[in-house]
Design a protein around this ligand. Structure first.
Ligand code: LIP
Length: 270
């Protein structure tokens, strides 16, 4: 069943990706602001989620839907009777998308259970960058892929040799604290990357373009698919003390490096 679910996720992601990419070429404007003046949503975000939700409902009407732009709607969250929930970010990396930086993604995951990373069982995930055409996929227990090529996380390296990605929240005071942690970590690692799209950051750990990634404050839809892909590629994906990756903390990397990075980040007050 997971392969059928993945095929559906991939087909829907490509349909949404075509729409999003076309809207980008036509010109993108801010439709609204959310948690702060710099936390924006575009009309394309809303159009993409509406298309994804419609296609999934047509194909699997008894599944629940939990998307970034409609997660507050009880009907979307509770509408399922199948036991499966689709966790969707219609455009991850919205600020990159708004600025026409070609590093944003459609992220679609299907889980057994409710939209709770501490209890769900991720079955299949797809992360598509519409600007590059790169599509990362995984099904539980069957590995991770970039297109038709199996992918694997990089072997562990010492912290000082690690290329580490992170991200920041939209609240100014949260960003101040997050910046202070990065300022202390920067001299201790190979380098830091802040690319603005959590789902792709996790996929880049999955195929070795990054040694590790960490971030606090991610929404379910930001990490759900990328976490499955990174885990299926052999990376350790975790929250603090081995709990599931979540809004509290998400970290991914080869097991030994992940443990060393988590310990250092805790020392630094992440
Ligand atoms: C983004 C994440 C990114 C984070 C940004 C933002 P969005 O998601 O993918 O990792 O650092 O602050 O949360 O808001 O573009 O869907």
């Amino acid at each position: 069943m997971s392969n059928d679910l993945l095929d559906l996720a991939r087909d829907v992601a490509f349909a949404a990706g075509e729409l999003v990419y076309r809207r980008r070429a036509e010109g993108v404007t801010v439709a609204d602001h959310k948690s702060s003046p710099v936390d924006v949503v575009t009309l394309a975000d809303r159009e993409s989620e509406a298309l994804i939700r419609s296609m999934l409902a047509d194909a699997r009407p008894n599944d629940a839907f939990f998307g970034e732009e409609t997660s507050g709607e009880a009907a979307a969250r509770d509408g399922g009777t199948s036991g499966l929930t689709w966790i969707v970010d219609p455009i991850d990396g919205t600020v990159n998308y708004l600025y026409d930086i070609p590093h944003y993604a459609i992220s679609i995951t299907v889980v057994e259970g409710d939209p709770n990373p501490f209890t769900w069982n991720a079955l299949a995930g797809c992360v598509l960058n519409p600007a590059t055409g790169e599509v990362f996929t995984a099904t539980a227990g069957e590995g991770a892929w970039l297109g038709d090529t199996a992918i694997h996380a990089a072997p562990s390296v010492d912290l000082a040799q690690a290329l580490v990605a992170t991200g920041f929240g939209y609240d100014a005071e949260v960003r101040r604290a997050q910046g202070a942690v990065v300022a202390q970590l920067l001299p201790e690692v190979r380098d830091i990357r802040r690319m603005g799209t959590a789902s792709l950051d996790l996929c880049f750990v999955a195929n070795g373009r990054l040694n590790a990634y960490f971030e606090r404050g991610l929404q379910h839809w930001d990490h759900a698919a990328g976490a499955l892909i990174a885990r299926e590629a052999g990376a350790r994906v975790t929250g603090f003390d081995g709990v599931a990756a979540s809004r509290e903390f998400t970290l991914a990397g080869a097991p030994e490096l992940a443990a060393a990075l988590e310990a250092r980040l805790i020392d630094l007050g992440v």
